[in-house]
Design a protein around this ligand. Structure first.
Ligand SMILES: [Zn+2]
Length: 282
């Protein structure tokens, strides 16, 4: 099987801080960022009913039927099965980015069994294993499960599901002998980021990284557009249940300074007309 030598993989349980850490590392080291969660609606739109039967079946269910009503064990199984179906779409996206700088791919649906055969080396992959308390605290801070009639029950079930998913990742990782990192809150964000930076260092040093300011601006602009497409599709999906004022989205600064880690929060409604997103340092 072909390996995706230009991809660094960051998987792990929900609420481990993957997105935050991947974003900080990508900006700091000038890597292309691929957030699997930014492609949820994109992948659903691209699904083929024959190749992705579960994705197809779920696409016709309501949010409650799909994400809230089933027991936690079923939600976990469903998540794993959908992730397995989606993986070939993720690989296709990553292949399409093979000619550029290293890509840091991040998401909860990246399981060791699928990723390990494609990863170039141990320094190209890592799974974060949050303790239940740490994961739940982070997920709750995001606003938890939306659009459920009984938000507290939905949140509890989601937390149960997340613990099961982390256990599956841990078992797969143990069996395959791939690297993991326990996230329990004993290190702060900057310390955790530095640990990850050291882990990935051999892969990052081998490169290639974003080569100049023009390429950086183009990459961050493309990532912002990917994020925007996801947010817009989600607001459409919410329809009448969408909040009157859309929650602000944190976009990457699109300046030409390598290593820039700045972000700009704005309403997704304002993004289309905003032109280049530039943090105040510009
Ligand atoms: Zn900047």
């Amino acid at each position: 099987m072909t390996t995706l030598s230009h991809v660094l993989w960051l998987g792990g349980g929900c609420g481990a801080g993957k997105t935050t850490l991947a974003t900080r590392l990508a900006y700091r080291f000038d890597l292309r960022l691929y957030r699997v969660d930014s492609f949820a609606y994109n992948h659903e739109a691209r699904h083929d009913p024959n190749r992705h039967p579960l994705t197809h079946r779920l696409s016709r269910k309501t949010h409650m039927q799909r994400n809230v009503d089933p027991p936690a064990e079923r939600l976990a199984e469903q998540f794993i099965a959908v992730a397995a179906e989606r993986f070939e779409l993720i690989v296709a996206d990553l292949m399409a980015r093979a000619d550029g700088p290293l890509v840091l791919a991040e998401g909860p649906g990246l399981f060791p069994e699928q990723v390990a055969p494609l990863a170039e080396s141990r320094a190209h992959m890592l799974w974060l294993l949050p303790t239940p308390a740490f994961g739940d605290r982070n997920v709750a801070a995001r606003g938890g499960v939306q659009v459920a009639d009984d938000a507290a029950a939905a949140h509890r079930k989601r937390a149960e599901r997340d613990v099961l998913l982390t256990a599956v990742i841990e078992r797969e990782a143990d069996r395959l002998g791939v690297p993991t990192f326990n996230v329990d809150g004993s290190l702060d964000l900057a310390q955790t980021e530095n640990w990850l930076a050291e882990h990935y260092a051999p892969a990052i040093l081998a490169g290639p990284r974003i080569r100049d300011g023009a390429q950086r601006a183009a990459m961050r602009r493309a990532e912002n557009a990917e994020l925007q497409a996801q947010v817009t599709a989600h607001l459409e999906w919410l329809g009448g249940k969408a909040p009157a004022v859309a929650a602000p989205v944190r976009y990457a600064c699109e300046c030409r300074t390598l290593g820039c880690g700045a972000t700009v929060s704005m309403s997704p409604m304002d993004y289309p007309a905003a032109g280049a997103v530039l943090a105040p340092h510009e």
